[in-house]
Design a protein around this ligand. Structure first.
Ligand SMILES: Cc1cc2nc3c(=O)[nH]c(=O)nc-3n(C[C@H](O)[C@H](O)[C@H](O)COP(=O)(O)O)c2cc1C
Length: 285
């Protein structure tokens, strides 16, 4: 007999057929079947994540910013004694970097329909030469800062090249305070371009989002932490891209960068602090 399905899995399945297929796919014994279906061997390549697709929610507006509660999603899952031990021994949050808090202006929720935004969004690699409004940056950062779903280890840093009222430099975004802390002062457009394999999409951007994680914090999150922090970074980046698209901005995700140069851009030691992802932002040309 396959193990019983958690009630939440059943609830999210819109159709009985979907539920049956989902149960078959979730059964640990069907791991071989899943691999076979995907044509992978499970050694060189494995199943990373699964997601159920179904009709459930009515069309929604872009998510409004809720309270930022690091680890809230992870804490609400029930994985018994393992979960209790894991939570008790986890480093939930790395201390914020030292420095003066730079408060951001109040965010403005984008009124655009979420599904229309998803359908219309495209990567854009050319940018206008003007600055991004600080209120726009603040709103995009706010929409991006949802409670973590898989890992609380992802940090959002930004390389500011052209933002009205914010001097160029490298900043860490602190979601709970909705504020920035300056990590480095100065013009880092050339350093960012070079770190990203000299791609213009990064060198010409008004702002570059650099997602990173402290090694010690990732390792404290458990055996699957490396996998989960990468998926979490993908989710964060998607919200950055959608927030930009909803506000008429140009944006593009970028995964091609030199690890050491990217960490140096943040003023970090690449052995202790891992850069996970870049994403560019700017005005439409
Ligand atoms: C993880 C990731 C890494 C990417 N890296 C780069 C990159 O290094 N350079 C680039 O120009 N585009 C990069 N892209 C953008 C993709 O080329 C682009 O998203 C893809 O062509 C799909 O186009 P769309 O975003 O318009 O749907 C990356 C996208 C993702 C998701």
């Amino acid at each position: 007999m396959p193990p019983p399905m958690p009630a939440t899995c059943w609830k999210t399945c819109a159709w009985p057929g979907t539920a049956r297929a989902f149960m078959r796919a979730c059964c640990p014994r069907s791991m071989t079947r899943r691999r076979r279906a995907l044509g992978i061997d499970g050694v060189e390549e494995g199943v990373l994540a699964m997601m159920v697709l179904g009709r459930a929610m009515p069309p929604a507006a872009l998510p409004a910013a809720g309270p930022y509660l690091p680890g809230a999603a992870a804490a609400s899952t029930s994985i018994g004694v393992t979960g209790v031990i894991q939570r008790a021994t986890s480093l939930r949050e790395e201390a914020a970097p030292p420095g003066e808090l730079i408060p951001l202006p109040a965010p403005v929720v984008a009124g655009k329909d979420l599904y229309a935004t998803i359908a219309a969004r495209r990567s854009e690699r050319r940018f206008g030469s003007g600055p991004v409004a600080l209120e726009t940056l603040s709103s995009i950062l706010d929409g991006m800062a949802q409670p973590p779903q898989l890992s609380a280890a992802v940090h959002a840093n930004i390389v500011v090249n052209r933002v009205a009222g914010l001097p160029p430099g490298v900043y860490r975004f602190l979601p709970r305070q909705h504020a920035l802390v300056r990590l480095r002062s100065g013009d880092f457009a050339t350093a960012a371009r070079s770190a990203a394999l000299s791609q213009d999409v990064i060198g010409d951007a008004a702002v570059v989002l650099v997602l990173s994680a402290a090694r010690v914090q990732v390792l404290a999150e458990g055996a699957r932490a490396y996998r989960q922090v990468l998926i979490e970074a993908g989710l964060v980046s998607e919200r950055w891209l959608l927030g930009a698209a909803a506000r008429g901005m140009a944006a593009c995700p970028v995964g091609a960068f030199y690890d050491d140069e990217a960490a140096a851009l943040l003023g970090a030691d690449p052995k202790e602090h891992w850069v996970l992802h870049f994403a560019a932002l700017g005005l439409r040309p």
